[in-house]
Write a protein that binds this ligand. Structure first.
Ligand code: TPP
Ligand code: SF4
Ligand code: SF4
Ligand code: SF4
Length: 602
């Protein structure tokens, strides 16, 4: 059976085919659809959204320790959150096959950094597989469960945005999803409790295991030498050039260097050194082409093998065929320079195209909070979610964004450092559950007077509206207990816990100014459901009365995309007109207009 699948979908199919029993993940682009697609196999796989990546990994670890095949998935930065259990689980080792999918984001299409998680796989002494397309994602995931059980090692499958989200034909073979039989569980404290006397032995075992894995990597079908196809004319300048490559970089190399020998690596940690040496000896010159860090190149050079140097920058941002063509132009000079390097690097010529900056949706409840924080002149430590868009003009109300959950610690640190004035931490409900609770607890415990605003829209909006402990629903659509953020804050010991409608600008201004000026810790819940998730995009409609609009421009400071410029009634002064197709009728703009020009008409 053949299906047209993205690599994310292929991983889900493979997990089902391999008999995976438990899947736990936390959403994050580009990995989110992996669990969403695994959920389609809920008859055979128990799957759930965890509150963060650490818990997701710990759940999969528990399932593996109980003898079941388990999978977990996350975006690259999610692995930072999950490194603690992973680093020790590589010592303890799985019982049931354990696969962790790390979806990296070269070029930062939707991330705050582009870390190359191959480094983390090596650091953790995990086995690393790097598919170059959906078929490989499928084949490697199935094999990953086997390898994990054979070597008792966590296997990391590293996807990137390009592979995660592009679709190609996948041969699924005899596709019959069924749970793999459990490996019988036996209590074994020497294995599962790495106190120092056991952990020292685990460390030695990990070394031996790495050597055994390397032996097998040298023979693996995922690592293979590819000769130029029959009939391909070998350019005189390309003769004797061999290229080592992996993952999606292989696709660009195959396109631009069809006349060269290629060592395509799919199993990259531990590195199949014998195979690399053999390949290096068979060619006159060796080039390494890989996306992001010189992960393979540094190890190959450390083996004493000479690698061709070049000036073309490859170790930053996403690769593409044009960048590899420029590399060939530099090294061989037998192709022209790419005319328009279709890349997303900051200096790319494509940047001359007009950009359309991302904005909060019309009627989004986050808008009013940022409008008010700007008005109150607060220093705002932000977090990651749709609300990060509050940083941009005209709202211009965020000073920092580091990583999920960082807002509260950042605000506390600023306060401790003696920064004067109003300071406020802002984060979403999903982020609060992910890693905000520890932040408020710490601020309270240490008596730091931080005001924290939780933008409670009852959904994980930014990654595509996933459920979380506040929504009352699980991934499978079953009902779940609703966790109230205010109850958590009160249980932590907060005296000042207030819930305000995020659409009520007056109420927000009063509450936030009182909170920030009080010298005490406050938790303010700004509540308004995400209009897209709750399908409230046509809840109502507001209109501007042209007789009353004085073109003062105040409402434009809200940056709602439903607002457009109307008639110019004085030079440079435009009336506001509401686009009826976009307006959600939230009435926020009406609260800003001093002339009563904006009315809700429906
Ligand atoms: C460690 C980590 N995991 C996952 C993500 C992906 N991600 C970005 S924002 C976000 C959550 C957004 O939900 P919420 O805080 O409720 O804000 P909303 O988008 O709903 O406004 C997630 C999961 C990330 N950036 N970092
Ligand atoms: S998706 Fe929801 S939370 Fe995100 S900007 Fe739109 S309305 Fe706001
Ligand atoms: S705030 Fe009122 S008067 Fe000013 S531009 Fe907007 S609608 Fe017109
Ligand atoms: S009421 Fe105003 S702020 Fe709300 S969606 Fe309509 S135009 Fe935008």
């Amino acid at each position: 059976m053949k299906k047209f699948l993205s690599a994310n979908e292929a991983v889900a199919h493979a997990a089902a085919q391999a008999g995976c029993v438990v899947a736990s993940a936390y959403p994050g682009t580009p990995s989110t659809e992996i669990l969403e697609n695994i959920a389609k196999f809920k008859d055979t796989i128990r799957c759930e959204w965890a509150v963060n990546e650490k818990v997701a990994v710990e759940t999969a670890v528990g399932a593996s320790m109980a003898g079941a095949r388990a999978i977990t998935a996350m975006k690259h930065v999610g692995l930072n959150v999950a490194m603690d259990p992973l680093m020790t689980f590589t010592y303890v080792g799985p019982l049931g096959g354990f696969v962790l999918v790390s979806a990296d984001d070269p070029g930062m299409h939707s991330s705050q950094n582009e870390q190359d998680n191959r480094n983390l796989a090596k650091f953790a002494r995990a086995l690393l597989l790097e598919p170059a397309d959906s078929q490989e994602a499928y084949d490697m995931t199935i094999k990953a469960f086997e390898l994990s059980e054979k070597f008792q090692v966590p296997v990391i499958l590293r996807l990137t945005t390009r592979t995660s989200h592009s679709a190609s034909l996948v041969e699924l073979g005899d596709f019959k999803p069924a749970p793999h039989p459990l490996i019988p569980y036996k209590k074994n404290i020497a294995k599962n409790i790495p106190v120092p006397m056991f952990a020292r032995q685990h460390r030695l075992d990990a070394q031996k295991r790495t050597e055994a894995m390397e032996k097998e990597a040298n023979k693996s079908k995922f690592n293979r030498i590819i000769k130029p196809a029959k009939g391909v004319k070998v350019s005189a300048k390309a003769k004797g050039l061999g290229i080592v490559t992996s993952a999606v970089a292989y696709q660009y190399v195959r396109e631009i260097f069809p006349d060269c020998q290629i060592l395509k690596l799919g199993w990259t940690n531990p590195l199949p050194k014998a195979l690399v040496s053999k390949f290096a000896k068979s060619v006159k010159k060796l080039l390494v082409v890989e996306e992001l860090d010189p992960f393979l190149e540094a190890q190959i050079k450390a083996m004493g093998i000479k690698v061709l140097a070049h000036k073309t920058e490859l170790n930053m941002h996403e690769l593409n065929a044009d960048r590899i063509q420029n590399l060939r132009h530099e090294l061989l000079g037998d192709v022209p320079k790419a005319k328009s390097p279709n890349s997303n690097t900051p200096n790319s010529k494509t940047q001359t195209l007009p950009t359309r900056p991302p904005v909060l949706c019309a009627g989004c409840g986050h808008r009013g909070v940022f409008y008010v924080l700007h008005k109150l002149g607060a220093t705002v430590t932000g977090d990651i979610g749709c609300y990060t868009l509050g940083a941009f003009p005209p709202l211009d109300a965020m000073d920092s964004t580091i990583c999920m959950g960082a807002s509260i610690g950042n605000a506390a640190g600023m306060r401790k450092a003696g920064l004067k004035g109003r300071i406020c931490a802002v984060l979403g409900d999903s982020t609060f559950f992910h890693s905000g609770i520890t932040g408020i607890l710490s601020a309270l415990y240490n008596g730091t007077p931080v005001t924290t605003v939780v933008l409670d829209n009852r959904i994980t909006a930014m990654t595509g509206h996933q459920d979380n402990p506040g929504t009352g629903k699980t991934l499978a659509g079953d009902s779940a207990p609703v966790t109230e953020i205010g109850d958590i804050a009160k249980a932590c010991g907060y005296k000042n816990v207030v819930k305000v409608s995020a659409d009520d600008l007056g109420g927000l201004e009063k509450t936030l100014s009182t909170a920030m000026d009080s010298g005490e810790p406050w938790l303010v819940i700004a509540y308004a459901p995400c209009r897209i998730a709750a399908k409230l995009t046509k809840e109502g409609l507001c209109e501007v009365d042209p007789e009353k609009c004085k073109a003062c421009g105040a409402c434009f400071k809200m940056g709602c995309p439903a607002m457009t410029r109307g008639k110019e009634i004085r030079p440079g002064a435009f009336q506001m007109v509401i686009d009826a197709n976009q307006c959600a009728g939230c009435k926020q703009c009406g609260q800003v207009c001093k002339f009563g020009a904006i009315k809700r008409v429906r």
